[in-house]
Unconditional design. Structure first.
Length: 162
C-alpha cells in the first residue's frame, strides 16, 4: 500500500470548498486560489467550482452583493470596493452591475455615505488648507471619487447628517 506524498491533498476539492464556504461566501477566483494552494489539480478544481455554481453553493453575484453591503457598512466608497472585488477575481461586468443595482435599488447613496463617513471621522470642518487636504486624503483612501469628496466636504456637518 502506497503512502500519500506530503503534498498530496487528503480530501477532495469539493470537501475543501464546502468547508471554506461553510464559514463565508467566496468569489470563484478566490476559492480557486485557495483550493489550488491546498494541492488540488487545476482541472479538478475547475470542475468542482462549476458543479458548486450549478448547485447554487457558490455564486459570484451573491458574493459581490454581500461584499458590497459589508463594505458600505464600513464607510468605503465605490472605487475601493471595485478594486477589492477585482482583486478577488470577480468579473468587471458583474461588479459594475452590482454597483449599479445597489444604486438603483436605493441601497446606497455614495454622496451621503461620503458625508457620513467624513463626519464620523472628523467632528467639525476645518478651513485650513492642511486640514482640508487631510480630510480629502481620508476620503480618497476610503475609495470615494472627487465628486463624492466635494459633496462630503460641503455637507458632512449639516444638521441632518449623522
Amino acid at each position: 500500500m502506497r503512502e500519500p506524498s506530503a503534498n498530496a491533498p487528503t480530501s477532495s476539492p469539493r470537501d475543501d470548498a464546502i468547508r471554506l464556504l461553510a464559514r463565508r461566501d467566496y468569489a470563484r477566483g478566490e476559492l480557486c486560489e485557495r483550493l489550488v494552494a491546498k494541492g488540488h489539480p487545476m482541472e479538478a478544481v475547475a470542475a468542482c467550482l462549476d458543479e458548486l455554481a450549478e448547485q447554487g453553493l457558490q455564486s459570484d453575484a451573491r458574493f459581490a452583493a454581500l461584499f458590497l453591503r459589508s463594505r458600505v457598512a464600513r464607510g468605503q466608497g465605490p472605487l475601493k470596493i471595485r478594486v477589492e472585488l477585482e482583486r478577488r477575481g470577480v468579473d468587471r461586468d458583474l461588479i459594475a452591475a452590482t454597483l449599479a443595482e445597489a444604486e438603483r435599488e436605493g441601497e446606497v447613496d455614495w454622496f451621503a455615505l461620503a458625508a457620513e463617513t467624513l463626519a464620523r471621522r472628523f467632528s467639525h470642518p476645518d478651513v485650513s488648507p492642511r486640514e482640508r487636504a487631510r480630510r480629502e486624503r481620508f476620503l480618497v483612501s476610503r475609495g470615494f471619487s472627487f465628486d463624492h469628496l466635494r459633496h462630503a466636504l460641503a455637507h458632512a456637518w449639516d444638521a441632518d447628517t449623522g
